[in-house]
Design a protein around this ligand. Structure first.
Ligand code: SF4
Length: 530
């Protein structure tokens, strides 16, 4: 399927730099910035100011378009004299000779300019200006370059069908702003493949549950205040997701700053129940959604993925119980048997049955970790009938929202799952991908909060129906510790490095995406082993 729509000219440069980069930005519709991208933008702004102050006779930011090539863009600068027209393209680098990708980008501008303004291409030249080295090179749209450009455009239009495999190349990948989205593979010890991500790019979420708090904007930062007192000021680049719980206000300016920078804002009630989510522009990745639908209809592939998800959850449940020394010999054997049953099962009814048995077995053992004072005898919900169930339900709701915001940001259709069935308004895919994280993020957190007495019986209110909810103080404590939990680092086997749980959720969602798109063979759930 060749993509028909017009291509922005700067995307040609992205494609030539790395085809997979173009695929991420213009097929998946995902963008990310880093210091290199920002430096490029800064140079554009600076150049624009310089032109205005010195009053040179030239025009900038001119829209140009080519019907014959199906491309469009904005020319940096046009200098016109009686003899010739010069199209200037400015780059930030230190190049001492012109890069091929920059040359072809400029040729595209030359063709577009001549088509748009009906000028003779023989009288129009291009000038590549590298700010770092102060070098300038002249470029002409000769036959060879024009035919190369046509060939490149054909390749670009076919990319959705011929997805390139991203391979790690230090020179290109280490400054690439899309490294965390791309996760290119690299050789480890000359043998196994590992995937690369940026070592330190954790952005903590903010959970705001102070009733009456206000989120405003000051420049490129958001400012959180209450009753006129400033509680927190943070630059947008330091924020992962903003959770606004209950009666909390946000200004339209702050909202704009966050969504323009692809920072999700999640609106919930005080119990974490989702009211709304803002994630910026509507995701453009129609190919991912179509593939999701394809897999949804393919019972065999769907069952295969669902089994991986259940297996991941069961293995992490076993890890939690083992770490707390709660597992007895016969119970270990039962989980081994359940794992075998999952691997061998043939249909969804069977899988759901095994999952149910596993959950019951797990909670029968998990409850032994709590003192009788907590009265935790079984897993129950809607409403939770004891404090531990109230904590588990609150934790799972938070985890659900965390996973959902990651999935929506990537461009998944969150209502289409593989294990959980379609239900009106149910984010089945978020429920699926949170399964492997329930035991290691929420269940372990509840265990340590209660057993270390960070949370006490006085942190709960029992209402007249006999259900339990956290007090304001208890909720704040839980949120602080949940945030810390997301920040806890763990070794990720596919990356062969330690990263925060929140980033592990993102990595798993991207691996799931790669699996759905056919870029990797199978999905491997995240399982903690030590
Ligand atoms: S990280 Fe490397 S392979 Fe991936 S898009 Fe960037 S340059 Fe291409």
């Amino acid at each position: 399927m060749e993509m028909e729509e017009e291509i922005p000219i700067f995307a040609i440069n992205a494609y030539l730099y790395c085809p997979y980069r173009y695929y991420i930005e213009y097929v998946k519709g995902q963008f990310s910035t880093n210091e290199h991208v920002e430096e490029g933008r800064y140079i554009d702004e600076k150049k624009s100011k310089k032109a205005q102050t010195k009053g040179y006779k030239r025009r900038q930011g001119i829209f140009v378009h080519s019907n014959s090539l199906g491309i469009y863009g904005f020319v940096d600068e046009v200098i016109k004299t009686d003899e010739k027209t010069v199209i200037v393209e400015t780059k930030k680098g230190n190049a001492t000779k012109p890069f091929k990708n920059d040359v072809l980008q400029l040729v595209a501008y030359l063709i577009c300019y001549c088509e748009t303004f009906d000028e003779d291409i023989k009288k129009v030249v291009g000038r590549l200006h590298y700010v770092g080295s102060e070098k300038k090179f002249e470029v002409k749209a000769d036959t060879e370059l024009v035919s190369r450009l046509r060939e490149i455009l054909r390749e670009m239009r076919r990319i959705a069908d011929e997805v390139p495999q991203p391979r790690y190349n230090k020179k290109h990948c280490s400054p690439c702003s899309l490294l965390d989205i791309c996760m290119p593979s690299a050789k480890k010890n000359g043998q196994n493949l590992v995937r690369k991500v940026t070592p330190h790019s954790y952005k903590p979420p903010i959970f705001l549950s102070s009733q009456g708090a206000f989120v405003g904007r000051a420049g490129e930062s958001i400012v959180i205040s209450h009753s006129g007192e400033e509680l927190l000021k943070a630059h947008f680049s330091e924020i992962g997701t903003l959770y606004l719980m209950g009666n909390v206000q946000i200004s339209s300016q702050a909202l704009k700053l966050l969504v323009q920078n692809a920072i999700p804002i999640v609106f919930t009630d005080l119990n974490g129940a989702l009211s709304a989510m803002c994630t910026g522009a509507v995701p453009k990745n129609v190919f991912l959604r179509l593939k999701q639908l394809e897999i949804y209809k393919d019972q065999e592939k769907r069952l295969c993925l669902a089994k991986k998800i259940v297996l991941g959850k069961v293995r992490n449940q076993v890890f939690v119980l083992t770490k707390k020394s709660l597992l007895r010999g016969e119970e270990k054997a039962k989980f081994k048997e359940l794992e075998r049953a999952i691997n061998n099962c043939w249909n969804f009814d069977e899988l759901l049955g095994i999952e149910g048995v596993s959950a019951n077995t797990y909670f029968e053992i998990y409850k032994r970790a709590f003192e009788p004072i907590w009265n935790f005898n079984e897993r129950n919900r809607r409403p939770p009938k004891d404090p531990i169930n109230a904590l588990l339900s609150f934790g799972y709701t938070l985890l659900h929202n965390t996973v959902l915001s990651v999935l929506v940001g990537i461009g998944f259709e969150p209502l289409l799952g593989v294990l959980h069935t379609d239900h009106y308004g149910r984010f089945a895919l978020a429920l699926d991908l949170m399964e492997e994280f329930r035991p290691i993020i929420v269940d372990q957190l509840v265990l340590s909060l209660v057993n270390l007495r960070h949370i006490k019986p006085s942190d709960f209110i029992e209402n007249i129906q006999g259900s339990f909810v956290l007090t304001d103080r208890g909720r704040k404590k839980f949120l602080e510790h949940y945030k810390d939990r997301l920040e806890t680092k763990h070794h990720h086997p596919v990356l062969n490095t330690s990263i925060e749980y929140l980033r592990i959720i993102e990595v798993q969602a991207r691996l799931f995406e790669k699996c759905i798109l056919g870029e990797v063979g199978e999905y491997t759930p995240f399982v903690v082993t030590k």
